[in-house]
Every structure is written in C-alpha cells, then in structure tokens.
Design a protein around this ligand. Sequence first.
Ligand SMILES: [Zn+2]
Length: 362
Amino acid sequence: MAVALRLAMRASIPLLMGLAACIAPDQFSSREEESPVSRGSSPSNSRADAGGAVPTGGDGCDVSTDPFDVGRIRADVTLLASPALGGRSPGSSGDVAARAYIEQRFRCLGLQPAGEGGSFQLPFTNRAGSATANVVAFLPGNDTIVGSEIVVLGAHHDHFGTLGDKGLRLGANDDASGIAGLLAAAQAFKQNPKAPRRTVVFAAFGSGVSLQDAPFAEGAAAYVGSPPLRLPTSRVVMMVDLDGIGTYSAKEKLFVTSGSRSNSGSAAVARAAGLKLSNGRPDDSKPSDYYPFCDANIPVVVLSTEDPDCHRKACDIAERLDYPHLAQISRVASDATRDVADSFLDLRGLLSSSFLEDCEFK
Ligand SMILES: [Zn+2]
C-alpha cells in the first residue's frame, strides 16, 4: 500500500517501567532502507560455508541465574560482535556461527522451535543472493481463548561484515545488543513458572541491516510473508522490536516509538505494555525489523538508543556499550512483552479499527 495513502499516526512514548522519569521521547537518528524479499534456498549453500562450531560465551542456559545479569549480556554482545564472527554479514561463516549460538540458547532454554521438523532456523535467501535464516523460537500461550494470539519479540542478528575499503563493521550496538536483550527475555519467560496467556515468539531475524537504498529487514519480511505453519501472521497482535539498545548513556534516552492502525489501539497496546503514551513526532526514522509487521497492520513498539558517534561505523564495537542500561532496557522490553502477552484487553478487537499507519514514522 502506498505510503501516501496512509494516515500517519506515531508517537514516542516514555517508559514508566525501569527507566523511570529520566527518559524522554525523542527521534531516531538514522534510517535503513526498504525492500522486498526472495525466499527459499537453504542457508547451507551459497556463501554460508564454515560455521558448524557453536561459539561459546554467554551462560544463558543456567536458568537459576538472573536473566538480566550484566555480565552475561556483555558476554553475549562480546561474542556476537567479536572479530571472529566478522560482522555477521548474511551468508558468511560468522552469520552461520551467530545463528548457531542463538539456536543453542533457544534449545537449551527449552523453547519450542518455530520451524518444521524441530528446526529453529527458517531459511531464506536475501536479494543479494546470500542464503541465511531467521532463528525463531516460541513459548505457547496457555489461555483457552487468547492462547493462539501471538506477541513477537524481535531483533536482527546480522550486521555488515567487511565493507570494502571501509573495513570491518562488527555491529555491537546494531544489533548484537538487541539479540542479547532477546536472549535475556527468552530466559526470563522460561524462568517464570507461569506460561504467558498469549503465545510469545522470540525472533532473531537475518538480513536486517543494509546500506542506504538497499533492502532492509529482509528476514522480518520473509517471516511476515511466510510464517511458520503454527504461527500465522494473522494471529500476531503486536511486535516489539529491539534495534540498537546498548548506547543509552550517549543521550540518556530510550527511544520508544509505537505505531498501530488506530490511535485507540496504540494507546491500549501501550497501556497493556505498561507504557505511557505521549505525543511525539520524530524528524527522522529508522525503519527496521518492525516495518514488515507494521506494513501488515500489526501494532509495533520499537526500542532503541541513539548512537551518535558510532552508528554503522567501525567503532561500533562491544567494548564501548553501556551494559548496565542495556540490561535494564532488556528487562523493560521483556516485562512489556509479558504484559502484552498476559493482557486482558481485547487486542484482536483493536486490530479491526480503520486507521492506517505510516510505518516509516517520519
Ligand atoms: Zn539495526
């Protein structure tokens, strides 16, 4: 649907939970560009060689530990953004290794694989011809009425890798930080003795980042367009996107943008998530994995921290991230996702309103 035909509605929302009063709504600092997707081939061909060996680093399989332990979140980012993984460009051996690491964590946490045949990896080929995959797990909802409704918590596992003469881009904040938050949240959900009312999907998307004017969010688009059989897109009531949440100290702000088909829906979803809705209009935007969900008229909430010095640059390395706040933001995202999953609001009913969204939030 043409963006020009959309009615725009967007808001930045300060979070009440966790980060309390110091957080103000603001704008995203940059953007990633648009894209279709081709799907189909296995991630084991093309440039997806090597891999195999599952890197070690985090300790997220010990569910007796604090899921938001700063040390483990640091370990996850440090491993994913290590030079050994080469910046995790789609189809590379580092991409394969990162996916194996995420899959191992989902598996040892006892989450259910989203793919057929017990697979956590949902392969697709991006438009550049690189075979990669989304790594997706889920926790079934236990409510007899809304248990089949789905809340998706997502981040992208890839980054640029080597950019010709510009050198290596390791993508610690973009988006190893989001994946670390995703893994922490997955552990928190498993540690909660009570299953969520709604089904919760934990999605590590491939091909989320791209150069200007190149496709972006290809993995998320592939997921939305061809979801797992047990997890139809028509049942998704909300998507929470973690993209670059490790640089809070740079601006001392957590940027939270929400969008949905209707103002009332967005407000209700925000309430359900324990978020306070306030008016705000970003001057610029950063479409990412949330975009295909928004484009499918699914409400989204996007969490991000501004990275004015190193966004997409060679200096986006693990050593410089703000881990205490990354852990705190991960907890906020997890709690918000949990609150939506357990909400007694009629979230599907809210989807039927007629407002349409400008998913670029600009
Ligand atoms: Zn990103």
